[in-house]
Design a protein around this ligand. Structure first.
Ligand code: PDD
Length: 285
């Protein structure tokens, strides 16, 4: 099986691909990334993800000399040249580039651009139907969570903690008890028929799935972007999380407390169906 990676101009076999020890991504986590879902070898919302990548790079002052079209072309080549299952995801990483170790950086560095395919991470249907449990954790991240940085230490530690507590996902809560997002997902609640999710600020990543689901929710139900508290989360009728790989996933337990009747709610189920319909329409890619 041939797995091909793109590294700054070259297409190489994944197991032969290498990065310099002095790449600033390796040394400082100085870079940004995206994960794009593939359906039968076609990027789902490629445009939106590449725009977000370019924006994240700009926000950390990386001069990325690639347009959305350039990035799409490279992605297309990686997919074409790889034998890997084409229903996984495309991983894209941009770092500031290679330089002798120094906290300060030069704007003349050539950014490192990497793309390769990740295997499918599909959830067993049983988990989707039953829903998952989550635990809440104090948000100890920096103040720019709108940037999709590869510097994911707080996220991976929180995810590990959640997993060791037997939960599927960890949910970050701010100092003043506001529910922000998951370690790798956005979160929604449903209360008295209204769907609520945290507004797009620097406290959360503006998820592409969140955006699609919010629009679908607005068309079919009543949906608002409003901060909500931990108390609201515990008392919600329904809770669900969204991400590129998790799609729409019902949450039935938070910190050991049952949500609603402890089963995936009707609104969540319906949004799941609407999301599946949406992604099965090629016009929406
Ligand atoms: N994570 N919030 C955080 C902190 C995330 O890392 C992610 C995605 C999301 C959801 O964004 P989107 O709907 O655009 O995937 C929200 C990806 C999937 C990851 O790190 O693997």
């Amino acid at each position: 099986m041939k797995e091909i990676a793109y590294i700054s101009g070259d297409f190489v076999e994944l197991d032969k691909a290498s990065i310099s020890l002095e790449d600033r991504g390796f040394q400082f986590g100085d870079g940004v990334y995206e994960v794009i879902k593939l359906y039968d070898g076609i990027l789902f919302k490629g445009e939106e993800h590449f725009k977000r990548l370019i924006n994240s790079a700009e926000l950390i002052r990386i001069n990325l000399d690639y347009s959305v079209e350039d990035l799409k072309e490279i992605a297309f080549e990686v997919i074409k040249r790889s034998d890997k299952n084409k229903s996984g995801s495309l991983y894209i990483q941009v770092t500031r580039g290679v330089a002798p170790r120094d906290h300060n950086f030069s704007y003349t560095l050539e950014p490192t651009l990497v793309m390769y395919l990740l295997p499918p991470k599909s959830l067993p249907n049983e988990i989707r139907e039953k829903g998952v449990s989550v635990v809440t954790l104090v948000d100890n991240r920096w103040g720019c969570c709108n940037i999709k940085t590869i510097n994911l230490l707080p996220n991976i530690l929180a995810s590990q903690e959640a997993s060791e507590k037997g939960a599927f996902e960890g949910i970050f809560i701010s100092d003043n008890d506001i529910v922000l997002e998951g370690t790798g997902s956005n979160i929604f609640i449903v209360k008295d028929g209204v769907i609520i999710t945290h507004p797009v600020t620097n406290k959360i990543l503006s998820g592409i799935t969140r955006e699609i689901v919010f629009e679908l929710a607005r068309e079919r139900f009543s949906a608002v972007e409003d901060p909500f508290s931990l108390e609201d989360l515990y008392n919600a009728d329904e809770v669900f999380i969204t991400s590129t790989t998790k799609e729409v996933l019902g949450v039935v337990e938070v910190d050991g407390k049952k949500i609603g009747d402890g089963v995936v709610g009707d609104v969540t189920k319906e949004l799941n169906v609407l999301y599946r319909e949406y992604k099965s329409n090629p016009d929406n890619f």
